[in-house]
Design a protein around this ligand. Structure first.
Ligand SMILES: O=C1O[C@H](COP(=O)(O)O)[C@@H](O)[C@H](O)[C@H]1O
Length: 222
């Protein structure tokens, strides 16, 4: 593991994403950025927050979220607010994926409506990936995986045996609606999972496969 190379990668990705947003904002009033949660994006969030951008014209949302309050340590919204929406970037419009409903099944319709109002197609969708090949909250062991891969609804509530909390994810269809797709990962384990995904043929085994032909620009550091 090399923190320096991950920081360099994050800086390069931030510059590329900032340039994509600038390009799109030259011809449209608003632009949308879809980011992922987890531990990988933190240095990228900080680097992007430092970029000069017309933040008040940028919408930000998440690829997926745990159905937890924003005060929870593992809330992706909290991560975005603490590391990306800082300084001038606080001017961006952030659309979180949770509501006050007690379950994601009860909140799903409100989240979908909120998501529909954003500036689609997104300028950039940045995906992460877990060691099991999940991306967003498209988990190989989730009962809702087939639905989330096939539906044209924007958001899907997900229950996954391998995960402690219920979740909500943007559907594969919605995540496909972007001008550019990026996979941001680090470490040898994830590189090996990506190699398996590139060699395989079933997106139910390694859900990241559903995005390999977007095309998907891969940002990887050891
Ligand atoms: O559960 C999640 O995991 C993936 C990967 O997270 P990381 O900590 O290994 O970087 C992430 O892309 C997803 O948004 C998140 O909810």
């Amino acid at each position: 593991m090399s923190d320096a190379s991950r920081e360099r990668l994050a800086a390069q990705l931030a510059e590329a994403v900032a340039e994509a947003l600038r390009q799109d904002l030259a011809t449209q009033e608003r632009a949308l950025l879809v980011v992922s949660g987890g531990s990988t994006p933190v240095p990228f969030f900080r680097a992007l927050a430092a970029c000069e951008l017309p933040w008040s014209r940028i919408d930000v949302t998440l690829a997926d979220e745990r159905w937890v309050p924003e005060t929870a340590a593992d809330s992706n919204a909290r991560l975005v607010r603490e590391h990306l929406l800082q300084g001038p970037a606080a001017e961006a419009h952030f659309a979180p994926l949770t509501t006050s409903a007690p379950t994601p099944e009860q909140g799903e319709a409100e989240v979908a409506e909120r998501i529909e109002r954003l500036a689609w197609p997104a300028s950039v969708v940045i995906l992460g990936m877990g060691g099991d090949g999940h991306t967003a909250s498209l988990f190989p062991d989730s009962q809702e995986l087939a639905l989330a891969l096939a539906t044209d609804a924007a958001a899907v509530a997900v229950r996954t045996p391998s995960q402690p909390q219920p979740r909500i994810t943007l559907s594969a269809d919605r995540l496909h609606q972007a001008r550019r797709h990026v996979l941001h990962i680090s470490g040898g384990d994830k590189r090996a999972v990506l190699a398996r995904a590139l060699a395989g043929d079933d997106s139910r085994e390694l859900p990241i496969r559903a995005f390999l032909s977007c095309p998907l620009a891969t940002y990887w550091a050891p």
